[in-house]
Design a protein around this ligand. Structure first.
Ligand code: 5GP
Ligand code: MN
Ligand code: MN
Length: 333
């Protein structure tokens, strides 16, 4: 079934000339890495492909080849043969930078658990660690040799989406994909350094300030970190200097769920959730219109910090109690 989809995608790609390529708003390594690798290959094949992203590329991803050529938005009058939309549940998550009628064909490639089949063809594999892996499947099928830059960009996608191969979404296939990419001569140590150990001193200070305020609740099974605008001001950190901070929440013994509440403005909080093993945070953010994966999901709540914490923790409390009940009944059966 997947092979049929890949061959259909390959057919559409071959037939098209002008491409729109985009991931999601507030881009991450997978979104940018996959989009840039794909665009680079298509341009090498003599097509016209451009990557679009309404938001700025975070500093730690600016080393990715082609990231300086990303355009903010297409013109309303632009028309494309094919729009390749990665990592997005719908056009709105892509930032609505084109409308569906601006492209003859739409290829939707994603690995999120929450998806809608909005494309002409939808290649969705929730068991895949990353969209980068799926893009590599397509390029492999098309028998395309990659440039070093393309391999680096796909590797960065897998590296970041698996949390350096530590997360539960890391599969044998993720490693096989990386092994293939390494054969193109990429320097994985250099990529690691550029992504994770090349930040500003102010970003590190923001971490320090945020970590000082970490709290546990619900019998220490949940921990959370708050990031206020004030903390950004005090540390001098930039808006996207907070990446990775959420990972600290799961470092505490006994903690099953970690949350990060980031103040966008007084009445808007971006919530990120991470969980271990069977606890499903997608169900939690789903109540607030969010999305993502079982162990990593997010949403935006139109309330203040304290109200947002209350809303999330009350759903968590309910879910933890239900899971406990389920566990107990399983034990007694
Ligand atoms: P993060 O917490 O790092 O922002 O996101 C974790 C995962 O959830 C990512 O896969 C991200 O794409 C997804 N996600 C985060 N926020 C939202 C949201 O508001 N809507 C949807 N559909 N997915 C989200
Ligand atoms: Mn993503
Ligand atoms: Mn991804």
């Amino acid at each position: 079934n997947d092979l049929k989809k890949i061959s259909e995608i390959s057919r559409i790609i071959k037939q098209s000339k002008i491409f729109f390529i985009a991931g999601h708003i507030k881009p991450d390594g997978d979104s940018i890495g996959s989009a840039l690798a794909l665009a680079s290959v298509l341009n090498r094949l003599g097509k016209e492909a451009c990557v679009y992203c309404i938001d700025e590329v975070p500093d730690f991803l600016k080393f990715l080849k082609g990231s300086d050529e990303i355009k903010k938005s297409a013109k309303k009058t632009d028309v494309f043969d094919c729009a390749i939309i990665l990592e997005a549940i719908n056009f709105s998550r892509m930032g609505d930078i084109i409308t569906p009628c601006q492209s003859k064909k739409v290829i939707n490639i994603d690995h999120h658990l929450t998806y809608t089949n909005f494309g002409t063809i939808n290649y969705i594999v929730p068991s895949s660690s990353s969209t980068a892996e799926l893009v590599l499947n397509i390029l492999d099928y098309m028998k395309i040799k990659l440039t070093r830059g393309e391999a680096e960009n796909l590797y960065a996608g897998i590296l970041t989406d698996t949390g350096c191969f530590q997360q539960i979404n890391t599969t044998p296939n993720s490693h096989i994909a990386c092994a293939k990419l390494m054969k193109y001569g990429i320097d994985i140590n250099e990529i690691y350094k550029k992504v994770y150990e090349n930040g500003s001193i102010n970003a590190l200070k923001l971490r320090g300030i945020a970590l000082c305020g970490i709290k546990t609740i619900l019998d220490d099974s949940v921990s959370y970190i708050v990031l206020t605008k004030d903390m950004f001001k005090k540390s001098g950190a930039k808006d996207n200097d907070d990446s990775g901070i959420i990972n600290y929440t799961l470092r505490i013994e006994g903690v099953k769920v970690g949350c990060l509440f980031k103040e966008i403005d007084e009445k808007t909080i971006k919530v990120s959730c991470r969980s271990v093993r069977s606890f499903n945070v997608l169900e939690v953010v789903g109540r607030f219109g969010g999305g993502g994966h079982k162990n990593a999901a997010g949403c935006t709540i139109k309330k203040g910090i304290n109200a947002s914490i209350k809303m999330i923790s009350s759903v968590l409390k309910e879910k933890l109690a239900a899971d406990k009940l389920l566990f107990c009944s399983a034990v007694f059966l």
